[in-house]
Design a protein around this ligand. Structure first.
Ligand SMILES: O=C(O)CCC(=O)C(=O)O
Ligand SMILES: [Mn+2]
Length: 222
């Protein structure tokens, strides 16, 4: 399904030598700590990663209960984490898949760049613009008081909306374009005061894979 040209090895080497000198833009948002690196990975590397992750992942489409009715979630996903680290989300409990080499290398590289230990990642596949994610905050107790979410986008460019929690009608929304290869980091009190969503965009026909790397605390430490 995901067919793209791979970059040549020279381009990859050049990328590797400069890749972690990331240029960050900090968002001007009250009670939040959000920064964006628009080109964390090059286009060639993003293409290589999207193909690899697409092929290596055992995609699942779970169901959630909303207002008494059962719905298929509008995207596919998989949860990779260290052994024993399950993740509760919207009434689901995701059991961890084992890391594959390239994914753990990417986890370590991002952990190193942001100086935060990471032990898990929720990988989402948006098959096209019909797939989306509703308003939520990543504030599950097992992510601790101030969760750090490092979100790598691969493939189709999508809008990422932010609104203040608890005042959905009144609060103006902020829109960030998440481009191919970008890394968005949400930290501090962001999950406490803000919600985010990835809205449906019917005109988009290309797939996108998003990886939200996280640090799940052992039970009892959250
Ligand atoms: O796809 C995205 O950019 C957002 C994903 C997200 O919010 C999540 O996995 O919790
Ligand atoms: Mn989220």
């Amino acid at each position: 399904m995901i067919k793209r040209e791979l970059g040549n090895s020279q381009a990859m080497t050049a990328e590797r030598s400069t890749r972690d000198k990331a240029a960050w833009t900090r968002l001007d948002l009250a009670d939040a700590d959000i920064r964006l690196c628009a080109k964390y990975v090059s286009q060639a590397e993003a293409h290589r990663l999207i193909d690899l992750i697409y092929q290596k992942t055992r995609w699942q489409q779970d169901k959630v209960r909303l207002f008494g009715r059962v719905h298929l979630i509008p995207r596919l996903h998989q949860w990779y984490a260290d052994p024993g680290l399950s993740y509760r989300w919207s009434g689901l409990r995701l059991q961890p898949e084992s890391w594959f080499d390239e994914l753990s290398t990417l986890r370590d590289r991002i952990a190193n760049a942001i100086d935060v230990p990471l032990n898990s990642v929720l990988v989402n596949l948006y098959r096209d613009g019909q797939d989306c994610m509703g308003w939520h905050a990543d504030d599950e107790p097992e992510l601790g008081e101030q969760p750090v979410i490092a979100s790598l986008s691969l493939g189709a460019e999508r809008d990422f909306l932010l609104r203040r929690s608890g005042k959905s009608g009144a609060s103006p929304k902020r829109n960030i374009r998440l481009t191919d290869g970008s890394l968005l980091v949400m930290a501090g009190d962001t999950q406490r005061f803000w919600q985010h969503a990835l809205p449906r965009r019917r005109r988009i026909t290309e797939p996108r894979i998003n990886l939200t790397f996280r640090r799940v605390l052992p039970v009892g430490c959250a």
